[in-house]
Write a protein that binds this ligand. Structure first.
Ligand code: FAD
Length: 353
């Protein structure tokens, strides 16, 4: 094999033809599973995905600043849990309580919950091989460091069963249902130290450009690469970074389309404004005092709490249905009715964390 400069040119060309796409940082890195009987172990101090980005960016301002995202775990962590039950007792009781068939009710947040629990009952089966009669649902607590209302400790220190007991504390199920749910369910908690790291306050250049200026074979993809105009978090964001990287590095004619800002952007979001302020006030009322608008229990009755003037206005944003459950198990506000009004505008504001 030749050892002259020609060889090095060949190698250089080959490397240039082989772009390296780096997923810098990860919202799920260092996640830890617990079990029905044990809390998740503490997250490790070292986290490989972040370490890689730290090493790459050493001395390279154009490679971003990972410390803006991985150094504030108390702000970026939350805990989720997945429940597998041998029967449908919980989902049936939830459907009866909410007035929504399983899978049609969207997210349900317990506004009086110290952990700020949200649960999600998706259409069954959730998994392709899920046996008939088995049900699966999941949820999360956004404030995992606080003591629970029923369980006097942070969710991070709770076993799956203790989390389930806390959830049942917030729901007005009768004792027989409660006992059955506890008997037939297995809950696996998952502590995710970096799950909302992409939302932490940051400076403009903390995320590197998908293709740093002057780069011919290296790009950054995923939630910590910069995409002007787009909103971080979704699968689409990551796909856009990868598309941008491949199209630019390989000089392809097909670049990603412009970020769609929604029909409501045309009128400066004027038409969305009343609805969005309603959303903000509903959730603030619920979180601040635990006392939301008092509405009749059950689904659509909650719309009685909304200023009728708002409902007459066209709602442009599509917002996922999301119910709020006040202390004592009152359905506080079910946004599904208003949220599912004709849309075609903004991306889902209620997207799943
Ligand atoms: C609970 C939850 C709910 C979500 N809900 C939604 C939703 O409803 N809608 C939506 O659009 N998005 C949702 N998301 C976000 C969505 O899942 C992510 O944005 C998407 O998966 C990101 O894809 P990705 O390929 O960029 O990164 P990932 O899916 O994280 O893939 C990156 C891969 O790289 C690997 N990796 C990282 N670093 C290294 C390394 N140094 N060496 C080797 N391998 C490495 C990781 O292990 C991982 O396999 C949700 C995420 C979570 C956690």
């Amino acid at each position: 094999m030749s050892t002259g400069p020609g060889r090095w040119n060949t190698i250089a060309r080959a490397f240039r033809a082989l772009p390296v796409l780096v997923t810098n940082g990860s919202m799920t890195d260092a996640s830890r599973l617990g079990s029905h009987t044990a809390a998740p172990p503490p997250a490790p101090h070292r986290s490989d995905s972040w370490l890689l980005w730290h090493r790459l960016s050493r001395g390279r301002a154009d490679f971003g600043n990972p410390a803006a995202f991985d150094k504030r775990v108390k702000e970026s962590r939350w805990e989720s849990f997945t429940v597998t039950a041998e029967d449908t007792a919980f989902l049936d009781a939830l459907a009866q309580f909410s007035g929504r068939e399983t899978g049609r009710g969207g997210l349900m947040t317990f506004t009086g919950s110290n952990w700020l629990i949200t649960i999600v009952a998706q259409p069954q089966p959730v998994y392709r091989d899920q046996p008939a009669g088995v049900s699966v649902w999941w949820g999360y607590g956004l404030f995992p460091g606080r003591a629970g209302n029923h369980t006097p400790k942070p969710v991070t220190m709770c076993s799956g069963r203790e989390i389930l007991e806390e959830i049942l504390h917030h729901l007005p199920f009768d004792e027989a249902v409660r006992a059955r749910v506890l008997r037939t369910s297995t809950v696996v908690p998952c502590l995710m130290p970096y799950i909302t790291s992409q939302f932490l306050a940051r400076r403009r250049h903390d995320r590197p450009k998908a293709v740093p200026d002057g780069s011919v074979n290296l790009a950054f993809i995923g939630r910590f690469a910069e995409v002007p105009d787009d909103v971080v978090f979704t699968v689409e964001y990551s796909v856009r970074t990868a598309w941008t990287a491949v199209a630019q590095l390989l000089d392809l004619p097909e670049q990603p389309p412009a970020v769609y800002k929604g029909a409501c952007a045309d009128d400066g979001h004027e038409r969305c404004r009343p609805f969005l302020s309603f959303l903000a006030s509903a959730s603030l009322r619920g979180r601040g005092s635990g006392q939301g608008p008092q509405v009749p229990h059950g689904g659509r009755g909650a719309l009685a709490a909304v200023d009728p003037a708002l409902l007459r206005r066209p709602v442009v944003c599509t917002v996922r249905s999301h119910a709020f459950v006040a202390p004592g198990g009152r359905a506080e506000a079910d946004l599904a009715g208003s949220a599912s009004r004709p849309s075609g505008g903004c991306p889902s504001a209620g997207a799943m964390p």
